[in-house]
Design a protein around this ligand. Structure first.
Ligand SMILES: Cc1cc2nc3c(=O)[nH]c(=O)nc-3n(C[C@H](O)[C@H](O)[C@H](O)COP(=O)(O)O)c2cc1C
Length: 207
């Protein structure tokens, strides 16, 4: 799992580094404004004056908010109502779940809570954009769809409708390949057969 973070004076950086030491999972980190290609990540930010979201975090979210699983933020309680308010603003604007608001570089128990949230990430949190790819082994077009998704590093869950007739019925799948794309619980795209233009649309959701 990847943690993307922004830090101006080092508090968030210290928090993230301690979280990496504590986690049983292999956590990778990436500090803004540098960015590596990624499919999903947790975001940690500091808070700017009057509870503002730092501009580099704003820029990042404009392009990548769909791939962010949770937001956490550092602030200072001296700012009263604006304490770590960047987190609330990000949550309100993009609907990203809040993991943690903490002061400065966090206490050991806060860091543990942050790590527990990530380690225990249930299925509902696996990603905000989810893809079900219905396919069978003998289907040549299905293999082409798989190749296209893999080539673009697009994550999906493979479903054979004969093994999972319940899922096929639930998502009204009548032929393979069918790719169904969800944002949260909402279906946002569907591709029946192989349509390169729809693959391009799906790709954009993960950029
Ligand atoms: C000019 C300035 C304005 C700040 N405004 C807020 C604020 O509105 N709310 C808040 O909770 N923290 C505020 N802070 C505190 C920082 O968000 C906090 O110190 C944070 O730990 C900084 O993280 P960093 O060291 O990783 O940059 C402000 C800090 C500075 C220097």
């Amino acid at each position: 799992m990847l943690i993307i973070f922004a830090s101006r004076t080092g508090n968030v950086r210290r928090f993230v580094n301690k979280a990496v030491e504590l986690s049983v999972l292999h956590l990778r980190t990436c500090e803004l404004p540098d960015l590596i290609p990624f499919q999903q990540a947790h975001l940690v930010t500091y808070t700017d004056p009057m509870g503002a979201v730092p501009p580099m975090v704003e820029n990042f979210l404009t392009r990548h908010h769909r791939k962010i699983l949770s937001v956490s933020g550092s602030g200072n309680r001296n700012w009263g109502r604006d304490f770590a308010a960047a987190v609330d603003r990000i949550h309100q604007q993009y609907g990203i779940p809040i993991n943690l608001k903490f002061e400065l570089s966090g206490t050991p128990s806060e860091i543990q809570a942050f790590v527990d949230y990530i380690n225990n990430e249930p299925e509902t949190m696996e990603t905000r954009v989810r893809i079900l790819k219905f396919r069978t082994d003998s289907c040549v077009t299905c293999a082409a769809v798989t190749d296209a998704l893999d080539r673009h590093n697009i994550p999906y869950r493979d479903v054979n409708p004969f093994d999972h007739p319940d899922l096929a019925a639930q998502y009204r799948v009548r032929s393979v390949p069918t790719v169904v794309v969800f944002e949260g619980d909402r279906e946002v795209l569907r591709m029946v057969g192989y349509k390169p233009e729809v693959i391009e649309q799906i790709k954009k959701l993960f950029q």
